[in-house]
Design a binder for this molecule. Structure first.
Ligand code: ZN
Length: 415
């Protein structure tokens, strides 16, 4: 039955405990039965045991679909044949409440581990999905043509398709753990989340008994080259990149940054590593424009290119800070969670120059061997500004760190 928008309906406030039948969540408990399922559905409100709802920002589209009469709000997902293609875990990190605070380690297997609760009528939805794919990239085909990559019909097919296992992961935040990562109190975190979303989730401040929040933000996608189980074996060589979304470069090829070249270089490294008997991983986080969003990012581009003296590396971070108030909002504190979900204990080759990512990964207890920088020939001319500014700010480089004069002289194209 579709919703009739003209029909008057009372609004059920979420700020008061309805309490009947909601299952408790004990974050980090040693078995899924003790941990309890995440119930973020709106179909039966008395069963909800979290703040927020599923699908991150897409929950707003779901609301539009209900408002438009296209979606029955009581629709329950039919999970037939949706099970993961690869078994991931369980790993010891799953039951260490400090190791994973921003995703549900049991999120891919709810149909299996919470079968009893599902049978009892709880609407438990997966927050992780695992599938298989072939990925075809022009850079990989070019690498084959130039002889850098060789198809082996296992990891890389003759036509240039790479065989991967991929997983989509929605954020599930355990608020006490998230607060701890950011060094603030849980009550401060709750209040600021409430205020900065315009009061979107009143339970943040009224329901301290609800400790889990499904935030309305993008999640992560991981691409695994080789056997997913090998990720947890520190004796198998792991090549990994943790990449933050940049639509302009990743998808459309804008030349002002190194995002796509670095991403495709990492995929090439992952394929080579997997072909050597290792395993490769790209973890892609939806944190567009340093998590400032694309509008802010494009404003910064204009500010950089219109400033007196032009777009120089010495002003790179200053221009971002002028517009956004900060240089970067990605805060890598939560990023290693996905690595712990995969059971990773050692990354042999980390394809990243970011000191923030490196510090977050090693700080979470994962060993990092070699750090792999982007080959100079892959850096677009206009992206030299970003590259030199980042090296000066502490990004990893085997080259000489640029001095003040080099930064002033490294200049990008005008508008
Ligand atoms: Zn970029």
């Amino acid at each position: 039955m579709a919703a009739d928008p003209s029909a008057p309906r009372h609004i059920r406030l979420t700020s008061h405990a309805s309490g009947q039948g909601a299952l408790p969540i004990r974050w980090g408990a040693s078995t899924p039965a003790e941990r309890g399922p995440i119930v973020g559905t709106t179909t039966k409100r008395s069963h909800r045991n979290v703040i927020g709802t599923h699908s991150g920002s897409y929950s707003v589209y779901r609301a539009l679909a209900v408002a438009a009469g296209a979606l029955n709000r009581d629709h329950k997902a039919d999970l037939t044949n949706t099970a993961p293609t690869d078994q991931i875990g369980p790993y010891p990190q799953w039951t260490d409440p400090g190791k994973i605070v921003s995703l549900d380690p049991w999120g891919a297997t709810v149909a299996e581990v919470f079968a009893n609760e599902l049978a009892a009528g709880y609407d438990i939805r997966p927050t992780i999905a695992v599938t298989k794919a072939h990925v075809i990239l022009p850079e990989v085909i070019e690498a084959i043509q130039k002889g850098r990559l060789k198809p082996d019909n296992r990891i890389l097919l003759e036509g240039g398709a790479a065989c991967v296992t991929k997983a989509a992961i929605e954020p599930v935040w355990y608020l006490p753990g998230v607060a701890k990562r950011f060094g603030c109190s849980e009550s401060d975190l709750r209040r600021v989340l409430f205020e900065e979303t315009g009061g979107m989730y009143p339970e943040l401040v009224t329901r301290s008994d609800l400790e889990v929040f499904l935030p309305p933000i993008g999640g992560q996608t991981i691409y695994i080259f080789g056997n997913a189980r090998d990720l947890a074996n520190p004796d198998v060589e792991l090549t990994a990149r943790v990449h933050d979304e940049c639509n302009g470069s990743d998808v459309f090829g804008s030349d002002i940054c190194t995002c796509r070249p670095y991403l495709t270089h990492a995929i090439e490294e992952c394929i080579q590593g997997a072909q050597r008997g290792g395993v490769g991983l790209v973890a892609y986080s939806r944190k567009e424009g340093r998590a400032l969003g694309e509008v802010t990012k494009f404003l910064v581009y204009n500010a950089r290119k219109r400033q007196v003296g032009g777009d120089t590396a010495d002003q790179y971070f200053a221009r971002t800070e002028c517009v956004a108030g900060v240089q970067d909002m990605r805060f890598q504190e939560l990023m290693p969670d996905v690595l712990h979900w995969l059971g990773i204990r050692k990354i042999h080759r980390l394809v990243s120059m970011s000191n923030m990512k490196y510090d977050a990964i090693t700080g979470s207890g994962i060993e990092v061997g070699e750090r792999v920088d982007i080959p100079a020939e892959l850096i677009p001319a206009d992206a030299q500004v970003e590259m030199e500014a980042k090296k000066a700010a502490g990004y990893f480089t085997p080259d000489v760190v640029p001095d003040a004069r080099t930064l002033k002289e490294t200049k990008g194209r005008a508008l």
